[in-house]
Design a protein around this ligand. Structure first.
Ligand SMILES: [Zn+2]
Ligand SMILES: [Zn+2]
Length: 268
């Protein structure tokens, strides 16, 4: 099984329910050898979670965990930053003051809507317009140069797979491939995110088809993360992730130390 989880939230994120130490214990119990914490950092001042991250306290917690679990678990320090074009250059300025091993850039909203809030919303959705806006945000994220990996691509499909599947059509694929090609050119990884794949029926993102096309375009870097917000979710859904990574022809997943990528071969 995959022995690395590169997307974990602890109580240093507003919606995290388990401490850094509890997440590390859960990782060891799941047979993992390497993990990366990726706490949320948001730039929307209207969001009640804005300003929640206490960077010095977070970095100190991870440093403490590294000594406590030394020799048993490799622990990386990372962030998941929310990206929207409307933030302008602010994320880059803030992130430059937070030296990390690994940075996930994630688009969570399109056309002013939080995508996860679209579940069960009254009235028809203009899926194509949302898709176009989402993809334009991801394109700008890749162009920003701030992210080592694009988180959960494509998030609209991940959240609403049944609704969005018919829109993965002759319009969608060329546009998605443009963005995947930009990732390849910039050395940006795709993340395979397994959050709520087992319990809520959300889609794997990136799913096998996205991974296959990224690989065919020359993509070589893929990270895997459970996006766990509590200890019981660490490495959840990793069988599906490993299958998708293998099916797309990747011999390894990618780890990061101080921003530098390295291969972690899949067990044969
Ligand atoms: Zn996210
Ligand atoms: Zn996350």
């Amino acid at each position: 099984m995959l022995a690395v989880d590169y997307h974990l939230h602890s109580t240093h994120s507003k919606d995290g329910r388990s401490t850094v130490a509890e997440m590390c214990e859960a990782a060891l119990a799941s047979g993992l050898r390497e993990i990366c914490f990726t706490e949320h950092i948001d730039f929307d001042r209207q969001d009640p979670d804005y300003g929640f991250l206490d960077w010095p306290a977070y970095a100190a917690s991870v440093a403490e965990a590294r000594s406590r679990f030394a020799g048993r678990l490799v622990i990386r320090l990372g962030l998941e930053f929310d990206f929207r074009r409307q933030y302008g250059g602010e994320p880059g300025e803030v992130l430059a003051r937070m030296p990390c091993d690994f940075l996930i850039g994630s688009v969570h909203s399109a056309a002013g809507c939080h995508i996860y809030r679209l579940h069960g919303r009254e009235g028809p959705l203009d899926v194509r317009a949302l898709q176009a806006e989402y993809l334009a945000e991801v394109e700008a994220l890749v162009a920003s140069g701030w992210a080592a990996a694009v988180g959960h691509f494509d998030y609209l499909y991940k959240q609403l797979p049944a609704l969005v599947a018919p829109y993965r059509d002759g319009w969608y694929w060329p546009r998605a491939e443009q963005i995947l090609a930009r990732c390849v050119a910039a050395g940006v990884a795709l993340e395979v995110n397994t959050h709520h794949v087992l319990d809520r029926g959300l889609a794997l993102a990136a799913d096998a088809e996205i991974l296959r096309r990224y690989r065919a375009l020359g993509g070589r870097r893929v990270t895997v993360g459970s996006d766990a917000h509590r200890a019981g979710q660490v490495a959840e859904g990793f069988q599906a992730a490993e299958q998708a990574v293998r099916d797309a022809g990747f011999p390894a997943v990618t780890g990061y130390e101080q921003g530098r990528p390295y291969d972690i071969p899949l067990a044969t």
